[in-house]
Design a binder for this molecule. Structure first.
Ligand SMILES: N[C@@H](CCC(=O)N[C@@H](CS)C(=O)NCC(=O)O)C(=O)O
Length: 219
């Protein structure tokens, strides 16, 4: 099915895309950064959404039964979710190289995307615990469990960041967006402490035009 969507996009030339959008979402941002790096960003219209795990946004649910953002609508009316599927689609549409086509480099990029997305998942769940769950039902140990996952992923990232160089692919994009979300929602975590490689890499990566153009507005 994906192949036919991409083929039809190629026939239409300049496709118009719509994305259910939330400025703070690291998953939405990953798609937008990828689109920017692929030169597709000016074709994507942002549809404001209020995705919420308890009171879903009906417009989002109309496109994604899970009620989560991002969800992308192509000009054929085809809906794609989640962020990994959307990024793969955008990469194919642009004929890009954000995902190596085969071999060890491909599995490495996909693994890194998975690790970074897992960090974002844990951070979003920890955020929901304090921002959405009624105080009487909060469970600190559960939140601490999510923070422990984030810290373990950051330690792995610190080792990998030493070899990132100037790589721009779905692995590094996912890391950049996850780290930006930590800065935004969990500044107290102080993730840079004892993670000099990661901090130095993020300093450079965060200055890319794609990251600057998608920066989370101050709350
Ligand atoms: N695996 C999904 C995760 C998407 C996700 O968790 N999005 C959050 C916003 S950051 C959301 O829509 N939450 C609403 C909900 O959980 O219902 C992806 O990669 O797109």
């Amino acid at each position: 099915m994906r192949r036919s969507i991409v083929a039809s996009a190629a026939i239409h030339g300049r496709v118009a895309l719509k994305i259910f959008y939330s400025a703070a979402s690291p998953f939405v941002r990953k798609c937008l950064v990828a689109a920017h790096e692929l030169g597709l960003h000016d074709r994507i219209e942002r549809l404001p959404s209020a995705a919420h795990p308890i009171t879903p946004d009906k417009a989002v649910v109309g496109s994604n039964p899970l009620g989560k953002v991002p969800a992308l609508i192509t000009d054929d009316g085809v809906v794609l979710h989640d962020s990994r599927v959307i990024c793969e689609y955008l990469n194919a549409l642009a004929g890009g190289n954000l995902i190596p086509p085969n071999g060890p480099a491909r599995w490495n990029v996909l693994l890194e995307q998975s690790l970074a997305d897992g960090m974002s998942d844990a951070a979003v769940l920890a955020r929901y615990e304090t921002a959405m769950r009624p105080e009487a039902f909060r469970w600190n140990e559960w939140t601490n469990g999510q923070l422990a996952k984030i810290n373990a992923a950051l330690d792995e990232f610190e080792t990998r960041a030493a070899g990132f160089g100037e790589r721009v692919d779905l692995g590094t994009i996912a890391f950049g967006c996850a780290l930006a979300y930590l800065d935004y929602r969990f500044a107290d975590l102080g993730w840079r402490g004892k993670r000099a490689n990661a901090a130095a890499w993020y300093e450079r990566f965060g200055a890319r035009a794609s990251m600057v153009a998608t920066r989370i507005p101050a709350a």
